[in-house]
Ligand binder design. Sequence first.
Ligand SMILES: C[S@@+](CC[C@H](N)C(=O)[O-])C[C@H]1O[C@@H](n2cnc3c(N)ncnc32)[C@H](O)[C@@H]1O
Length: 363
Amino acid sequence: MQSTPNIEQFIPDSLTKLAYQGFQESKKAFGFLHKQVSDRLTHAVIPEQKSKSQPLSPEVLKKLQTKLKKLEEKDWQDAQRGVYPSSLLFDNPWSDFFRYYPEVWLDLLNIWERVQQKDYQKFDAAIDKSGYPDYYLQNFHYQTDGYLSDMSANLYDLQVEILFNGAADAMRRRILAPLKQGLETFTHLAPQQLKVLDVACGTGRTLRMIRGALPKVSLFGTDLSPAYLRKANQLLSEIPAELPQLLQANAEELPYLDNYFHGLSSVFLFHELPATARQQVINEAFRVLQPGGIFVICDSMQAIDSPDFQTMMNNFPAIFHEPYYRNYTTDNLEERLSAAGFTNIQVENHFVSKYWTAYKPAV
Ligand SMILES: C[S@@+](CC[C@H](N)C(=O)[O-])C[C@H]1O[C@@H](n2cnc3c(N)ncnc32)[C@H](O)[C@@H]1O
């Protein structure tokens, strides 16, 4: 059978790279502008908010820009060497952007109300809060209804892209090379037999990317939020490939048999967990992984990684509601991974994020 020619084959790399750089630049400019305007409005309405954060020095801002450029170059290079198709570099939830961007502004009014009342555990009366751990019932990032409403799920990806100046997906994609490499342990199996779980999959952005990099593996996703899982189901069903199996579950008690998965990922979860839950999630990851299996974590950079960015790390929980972030920034996840039994633990940083790769020892 003749394979269908891919449009990417006809576009010179130099042009694709220019398009990617332009795309990233426009997301950066958009995020920057959005934050400038929303911060000014917030400071006009709640002047105390301004004193909660410290300005970043020009040197730090320059270092941030350099790190962002390096991240984008790495993203481009990984696509070039075939870790994932270059089309993934341009994957963006456009229809949601146009549909929900006005809501992001409207929601600012609710955020101001919660900030003024200092009430960060506020949920709509119709939301059933039973069965969730207490630490989860928070308006993380001041989100209306925390993670427990459809509107929160509709706005989430947009808010994260704005927060990271358009770099959120490029940071998520950094899990793909180590994950793919780790799965090479199982080359004796057909790709369809490989099982990969994304823990706390949220709206499914990471699963979408894993599907791009590993089109045939069986994908699974769990999250505590039914609303985010509904959104993930909607976004993942846009891809003409097998739908990942999504399940509502606490990452501390994964509803799977021991030694079930070949690979596990978790993106931007650990900073939203108290320390004991972090350890429990790591223990569960170890339990459900097969011997030889790989676990890749992506989350925020930590204090130890770069003293230059300490002001930024102090600002984040002060201007967003992130009750466990400060503790996270000084937590030693390598020690936690070792305590659970993981070996061959490797750590790397990209832009403002950090990655841990760890293996369950083969028997
Ligand atoms: C910051 S979001 C990250 C979502 C997604 N991984 C991403 O890359 O955007 C944190 C996610 O973790 C989920 N979450 C938080 N605590 C959890 C827990 N104990 N068990 C399962 N999911 C949890 C939330 O519902 C939310 O979807």
